[in-house]
Design a protein around this ligand. Sequence first.
Ligand SMILES: *Cc1c(COP(=O)(O)O)cnc(C)c1O
Length: 416
Amino acid sequence: MKETIENFIQESEENLKDYFQAQDKIAFENSKKVLNAFKENNVNEACFNMTTGYGYNDLGRDTIEKVYAHIFKSEDALVRSQFISGTHALTTALFACLRPGDTMLSITGKPYDTLDEVIGIEENKSSLKAFGIQYEQIDLIENKFDQEKIKKILLTKKVKLIEIQRSKGYSTRKSILIEELEEIIAFIKNIDKDVIVMIDNCYCEFVSTKEPIEVGADLAVGSLIKNLGAGMVSNGAYIVGRKDLIQLCAERLNVPGEGREVGPSLGMNRQFLLGLYMAPTVVNSAIKTAQLTSYLLEKIGFEVEPKYFEKRADIVQTIIFHDQNKLIKYCQAIQSSSPIDANVKPIPWDMPGYQDQVIMAAGTFTQGSSIELSCDGPIKEPYIAYQQGSLTYEYGKLAIINAIKQLQETKAKDSQ
Ligand SMILES: *Cc1c(COP(=O)(O)O)cnc(C)c1O
């Protein structure tokens, strides 16, 4: 048994060689981009110094924001540990751009679950809706943008901001490739050049060699406990894009009139820089882990998305189990290969903001970090596991080997 699994893995890696190599090339290009941005913006040892209190004149913080702007080819950037999550940064950007009477439109269906109460899809007295901001939504049709509906709404109604969420979240759709993003932004801007296009870029950074601002987006937002923190950053998020909009975001996050000038870095500049420096390599490990998972789980009979040979937009791998017990077993196996809390057995649980129970494997150094190997799924048909991350390919591979063994043991038991 042991030997067959080892042979199986070896054969898989041989068949994945070309796909791994293609990903290595992307990591190389992105490393070049990062290194160049460090040099051009004169990242130096003084950047590791910190400010406290108001955080005036924080050289490191201001340099980091220039480095981000360089990498994203954007006019400006806001990179702060005062963002407590990706959702917080998305919320900041939405409240910064939208005013009472304005309309926000999502063209990738319902946004990420944590935005329900922000937008007012779920009742909340502090939502955008409570401030008189309208919300419209257009679903994807078979993973494609519904251009007809988008055009119709843009021609009949003044839309202030369009939100595009690239990664699939807890849905069954595919994630949005950078090429698809480019095409739809051109389509939108051709109808209304003034509409603000805001991208939820969570999980997509450094998966390809282009980022959203380069293909015409006005703002892009992401979390630092995902791709760009590379597991080195304890919290924070970023917003990149147009200078006037970044100014509005800074004033919304901090204080009108003080904007980006305040916000102490409290000793986090070094982690932010180190995380960014490692990010191309760590994202590469996460993608290889996803490709290996996709290949192996499909070979042993499960439905997967994306397939191992498909082009990826993000680091998320879904496995569709069609079986509650297998989903639970798989998540438990991933947890048992984690560096932290390996001996904890996750069970399905009621989570705030989710309709169904959710099982989560997350034996991570940073709470909720999902650039670290993590796997979770709502307990509902068709019982999908959403797996992402792995700081190294080797640790990812160890976890998948373990998970496959566990699944096969259950199978053997079932057939007895
Ligand atoms: C992770 C994520 C977010 C934000 O999540 P936080 O947990 O608040 O950081 C938003 N959108 C997508 C697609 C995500 O993957």
